[in-house]
Design a binder for this molecule. Structure first.
Ligand SMILES: [Zn+2]
Length: 196
């Protein structure tokens, strides 16, 4: 089932998300619905707060990036079929010299900006079977994971922009929160005025 994606301005996107246990109600169904919702919106990642749930769960499938012909064969292979569920994730370490990548977000349609992040991360998480993993990623894999991880920390990529960029984007972000935007997937907007 395709779930509405929560738009910029909703307080759920600002909460520090909580850990879950394997007893979390209908978790399999939620994960299935989140995959369906992400693919329908042509995203490469989706975090639970973006479907209204302040829990530490996000999904990543970087396969669409693997077509990029500017990437090395090795990078293309790493991105192809990289499909994972991250539960109760914690980034243990981020290292290297921060680099720019043009990011977008399903909760903030039509806005794309260069964001600086460190290139290599080590992350501890549980998979969908609640098996623990500690893994190190770099490049675009790290980038997508860092973006989704920020969502469970209540952080959005627009927070990482310069104060000038933020001022320039302010009115566009307000329009998004009011639903004054054309988008080809289902969304829920926090500031739509109800009829009087
Ligand atoms: Zn996002």
């Amino acid at each position: 089932m395709i779930l509405p994606i929560i738009a910029y301005g909703d307080p759920v996107l600002r909460k520090m998300a909580k850990d879950i246990t394997s007893e979390y109600p209908k978790l399999d169904e939620l994960i299935t619905n989140m995959w369906e919702t992400m693919y329908n919106a042509h995203g490469v990642g989706l975090a639970a707060p973006q479907v209204g749930l302040p829990i530490r769960l996000f999904l990543v499938d970087t396969t669409p990036f693997s077509d990029d012909e500017e990437l090395s064969k090795e990078d293309q292979e790493a991105l192809k079929g990289f499909k994972k569920v991250f539960i109760n994730a914690k980034i243990e370490e981020e290292v290297g010299t921060a680099w720019d990548f043009n990011e977008g977000c399903l909760s903030i349609p039509d806005i794309r900006e260069d964001v600086k992040r460190k290139p290599e991360i080590t992350i501890t998480y549980l998979d969908e079977n609640f098996e623990p993993h500690t893994e190190t990623y770099d490049g675009l894999l790290a980038r997508v994971i860092q973006h989704e991880y920020d969502h469970i920390q209540g952080v959005l990529f627009t927070d990482k922009l310069s104060s000038l960029k933020k001022r320039l984007l302010k009115s566009r972000l307000e329009k998004i929160s009011k639903g004054k935007i054309a988008v080809d997937y289902k969304m829920r907007f926090p500031n739509i005025k109800k009829g009087r």
